[in-house]
Design a protein around this ligand. Sequence first.
Ligand code: B16
Ligand code: MG
Length: 223
Amino acid sequence: MLKGLLFDLDGVIADTARFHLAAWNQVATQLGITLPPAANDALRGRSRESSLALVLSYGDPHAVYTDAQKADLAAQKNAWYLQAIDALTPADILPGITRLLADAQAAGLHLAIASASKNAPAILTKLGLAAAFETRVDPATLHRGKPDPEIYQRAQAQLGLTAQEVVGFEDASAGVAAIKAAGQFAVGIGDATTLAAADFIVPNTAALDLAAITAAHAAKEGD
Ligand code: B16
Ligand code: MG
């Protein structure tokens, strides 16, 4: 039986994934690197450090960056990202999310945030959602990032639920892979081909419907 919902943040609760991509594009341009279209999905859900490694992998394979240079690049990216999200308000909550959260609360479901972003608390505050979730996994405490299941296993454990009792929401293929590796039911939001591993796919957040998701989860889990 469905008892909890686990939410990614960037690209699910708010359209901040485009700000991450724009900031990484600024870093890449500065280094003479052109990010391919595939970077749009590949950079979603990955930690800052893992994202930087991916950006650098699109450049000269012989280029060597010291740890200090990598730390500077990551800090610069975050500064650009922070500038971009500074003006976020509750109006930036993606369509359908406020209704979904209200329906979930009315149904007595437990809600958690499973975001790889260290900026998640600041974003939730700007969106007016700081109190909307019972718990949040602190990504600084993780050993492995998405697509490893650790963050979704932790979110489920923090709610005191089993894998069969939760549904995870993701906009990234790495995130869907993490949910599935945790043995949970995955809702993918976005391109059906990119997110094909999800159990239930919608093209955008406006199409999220708790009754339909609950029915699909029940059909799969046999309850
Ligand atoms: P930060 P999510 C992820 O958040 C983003 O999708 C990803 O692009 C970003 O690199 C990562 O957070 C780390 O973010 O640099 O703010 O710590 O999608 O898991 O909510
Ligand atoms: Mg995301």
